[in-house]
Design a protein around this ligand. Structure first.
Ligand SMILES: [Zn+2]
Length: 86
């Protein structure tokens, strides 16, 4: 293989490696949930995703219901305002 071709191959190789390294910055490990490495490269400990508990879900649902009611009250209040002003 001519020298320049070997050089070109080496440059392309390192360029590809650089690209891979750059891409890795956006990679998220599914094991420890850290950025910058792949799951199979992980040296960290497995983290567990905190899923909202049933009570938390219920609270959230209640809060949404509350918000919707408040919004409705505000809407009907506006309606009443309009009625009294005319
Ligand atoms: Zn990891």
């Amino acid at each position: 293989m001519p020298e320049f071709l070997r050089l070109l191959a080496a440059v392309q190789q390192s360029h590809l490696e650089n690209l891979c390294e750059a891409n890795k910055q956006h990679v998220r490990c599914q094991k420890c949930l850290e950025f910058g490495h792949w799951t199979y490269e992980c040296t960290g400990k497995r983290k567990y995703l905190h899923r909202p508990s049933r009570t938390a879900e219920l609270k959230k649902a209640l809060k949404e219901k509350e918000n919707r009611l408040l919004l409705q009250q505000r809407e009907s209040g506006r309606e009443r305002e309009r009625e009294t002003s005319t």
